[in-house]
Write a protein that binds this ligand. Structure first.
Ligand SMILES: Cc1cc2nc3c(=O)[nH]c(=O)nc-3n(C[C@H](O)[C@H](O)[C@H](O)COP(=O)(O)O)c2cc1C
Length: 297
């Protein structure tokens, strides 16, 4: 069996990589001695991610996941941007298939207290949580105030188990840590008719609600070269896996970078261009395992 054929068997595991809105945008094209990673345009977020920052960060998390899973199963593979190629040695990584399988985002409350000392990837900066807590409602109001951004989000929400793609992709009520009543309320509020009226009557402020970030939280910003988001995505993946090993989960807050006003304020807090922002902590409740599409055969 060639290494690309052996790698194909690993697809169900590499699909555990994280992506914005859980779109799982990656595609794999198999050659005789390489595997190309591409993306499906129908799984990009052209409205909320017009610069494709999150798309390429997600492809970076996928590249890193592919390398880790290949290494842990004995395949000697390296990556050149979005191509997997044969290598002399296994990819040098402390992470394993188990780390990939166990990692998950957590959007509920975190236990108070400091985080364990984890070696941080280059470009990762801790920022004052109080500043981020103050900015988040502004970003949320911006997001819910934009009809096209909200319409795109609606396409990826799976707020009832009756949704036909509930087990495949997108953001479920459980992943968003919503109670049944909250999920019903959000579904009604974001339904096109209610939203169209509510948007003019203060619905965006209501939906933004209280900030999930408290001043005692730990918040990180990943900085990097905006021209190389794949590399940043790989660092992001390694960071989330390293934290995950210590029982620490993350909650990305990309709307802070999507909203022009909060993006500018966040940039003032760090030295390089911010590419991702997330809070990190020990979840009070075990977060659910997010859904994934079945692996094509
Ligand atoms: C580049 C990127 C941006 C993301 N942005 C957000 C975000 O703004 N808010 C959020 O709650 N989750 C965000 N996520 C987390 C994804 O929604 C999550 O990875 C996906 O739903 C799969 O869940 P899992 O990571 O628990 O497997 C982001 C993930 C990535 C890779």
């Amino acid at each position: 069996m060639s290494w690309p054929e052996a790698f194909r068997e690993l697809e169900p595991v590499v699909q555990r990589a994280p992506s914005a809105h859980n779109t799982q945008p990656w595609t794999l094209t198999y050659g005789a001695d390489h595997v190309d990673i591409g993306w499906d345009p129908s799984r990009a977020l052209p409205v909320s991610d017009p610069t494709r920052r999150d798309l390429f960060l997600g492809l970076g998390t996928f590249v890193e996941t592919c390398l880790i899973v290949a290494a842990d199963t004995g395949l000697r593979v390296t990556a050149g941007h979005l191509r997997l190629m044969p290598a002399a040695d296994r990819y040098d990584t402390p992470f394993t298939v188990t780390d990939v399988e166990e990692r998950r985002c957590a959007r509920g409350r975190y236990a108070p207290g400091p985080l364990p000392g984890v070696a941080l990837e280059p470009g990762l900066v801790r920022v004052p949580a109080a500043d981020v807590a103050a900015l988040l409602p502004v970003a949320d109001r911006w997001m819910f105030g934009s009809t096209p951004v909200t319409a795109e989000l609606r396409e990826w929400l799976r707020l009832t188990p009756r949704h036909p793609r509930y087990a495949e992709d997108g953001l479920t009520d459980r992943a968003l840590a919503l109670s049944t009543m909250e999920a019903v309320g959000l579904r009604v509020a974001l339904s096109p008719r209610v939203y169209a009226v509510g948007r003019r009557l203060g619905l965006p402020s209501l939906l933004a609600g209280a900030s999930p970030v408290s001043p005692e939280d730990t918040v990180f910003v990943l900085t990097g070269d905006p021209a190389d988001p794949v590399d940043a995505g790989r660092r992001l993946m390694r960071t989330w896996l390293a934290l995950g090993r210590h029982g620490v989960a993350v909650h990305p807050l990309s709307q802070l970078l999507d909203c022009p006003h909060t993006a500018a304020r966040l940039a003032d807090l760090v030295d390089g261009p911010p590419l991702a922002v997330f809070r990190a902590g020990r979840p009070l409740r075990t977060p659910p395992r997010s859904s994934r599409r079945p692996t094509p055969r």
